[in-house]
Ligand binder design. Structure first.
Ligand code: NAD
Ligand code: GLY
Length: 362
């Protein structure tokens, strides 16, 4: 079954199409944009080995000979250097690219962010199509137009808002994704449920088994429900001046935990712990009922995400959060749940409150 959702952003609106086997429709999705002269597929080496050929054939089928450019997989390669190498390769493509060329991002969030930034900057902005292949990219990074690379001073510090022209999601690609990577995506799905949709948390809780069995119907429903939330948040606040910050739930503390662990902890694990600490902060302020925080912990545990971490220092995490780009005028802003399905933003969390919340997950 094919599902199509729309991200409503005026002249930058686009469709998100979710269909099993959609990689083979990439050519049609690209041609449908109109006035396309050529395509360039950007992918990491792992994803290219799985899906590069099918994507290339799909583009050739509509008369687009699209070279496949690759880079080594993983966050350490989401750098300005890789971006520069990709840009060089795009500019040397034969036939030469022009302003009607389209970049196709085939891969996870690292690929989408890198390829999107190449598209945002090459020839002052080319159109690009997101074809995500991780659950995290399906439900989060492929929608919303944040593109960019990391810097030694922090993650995602260089980049641009550049919306894709289309998003093509093939949940069958999750068949080759590891359980650990699937879990990273599930953490973001739980985040969406907590900020906007209590029913979604129940759906995720009941769906763990089919998700890990890569049941295409269950994954399609999961992705569609999450994309609907992300699309609505982005449509309401494209540039994160307001409620788009709700998507940072779990990430303020989670990112500090990730840095504290020197990136040895999976992103989804850090976000799970971050969501729990931020929920404990909410309980401590009387914003959230204890049973709601406990339920969140139970669901995360059933998904195989961590719910305990000892030895976290409030002082050190506090310092790391101050340096985060989400801090504003030196104040750290926390997204705290007020119930499963709604959140509020506060900027007056004390070290003592943080210490107490960390104690509860130790
Ligand atoms: P990723 O792109 O590194 O993919 C994770 C790993 O899975 C890689 O090794 C990759 O080669 C492999 N892989 C991908 N798809 C596969 C498949 N179908 N089968 C087998 N292996 C596959 O990481 P990710 O978790 O997808 O994304 C994380 C990145 O996304 C981070 O850089 C983060 O900053 C970014 N992000 C961006 C946004 C945004 O709005 N732009 C939102 C959230 C996260
Ligand atoms: N992943 C957070 C955002 O897109 O704003």
């Amino acid at each position: 079954m094919t599902r199509t959702l729309r991200v409503e952003l005026g002249e930058r609106s686009y469709d998100v199409r979710i269909a099993p086997g959609a990689v083979s429709d990439l050519g049609e999705a690209t041609a449908r944009l109109g006035a396309v002269s050529s395509g360039v597929i950007i992918s990491d080496e792992t994803v290219a080995a799985h899906y590069g050929r099918a994507a290339g054939e799909a583009l050739r089928a509509v008369g687009l000979d699209a070279p496949l450019l690759t880079f080594p997989p993983g966050e350490p390669h989401k750098t300005f250097a890789t971006y520069g190498e990709l840009l060089d390769a795009v500019l040397q493509c034969q036939p030469a690219i022009d302003r009607r060329s389209v970049i196709i991002a085939l891969g996870g969030g690292v690929t989408g962010d890198l390829a999107g930034f190449v598209a945002a900057t090459c020839l002052r902005g080319l159109r690009f199509v997101q074809c995500p292949t991780t659950l995290l990219a399906d439900v989060d990074s492929a929608v919303g137009g944040k593109t960019g690379v990391d810097h030694a001073a922090g993650k995602n510090l260089i980049g641009a808002f550049h919306q894709p022209s289309a998003v093509v999601i093939d949940v069958q690609t999750l068949g080759t994704l590891s359980d650990a990577e699937l879990r990273n995506g599930l953490a973001e799905c739980v985040k969406h449920a907590v900020i906007r949709d209590a029913d979604l948390l129940t759906f995720i809780d009941h769906g763990a088994k089919p998700f890990f069995a890569r049941d295409v119907d269950a994954l399609s429903e999961l992705v569609a429900r999450n994309v609907a939330i992300k699309a609505a948040v982005v449509a309401g606040d494209e540039r994160e001046y307001g409620d788009r910050a709700h998507l940072n739930f779990g990430h303020t503390v989670g990112h500090a935990i990730e840095v504290d662990a020197d990136y040895t902890l999976a992103h989804g694990s850090a976000v799970a712990l971050g969501m729990l600490v931020e929920s404990e902060l909410a309980v401590g302020r009387g914003l959230l009922a204890r049973d709601a925080a406990d339920r969140l912990g139970d669901v995360l545990e059933r998904l195989g995400l961590p719910v305990r971490r000892a030895g976290l220092s409030a002082e050190r995490l506090g310092r790391l959060m101050q340096r985060d780009k989400k801090a504003r005028a030196g104040k750290v802003r926390f997204v705290l749940p007020t119930a499963i399905g709604s959140v509020t933003v506060v900027d007056d969390v004390t070290d003592d409150a943080l210490r107490e919340a960390l104690q509860r997950i130790a």
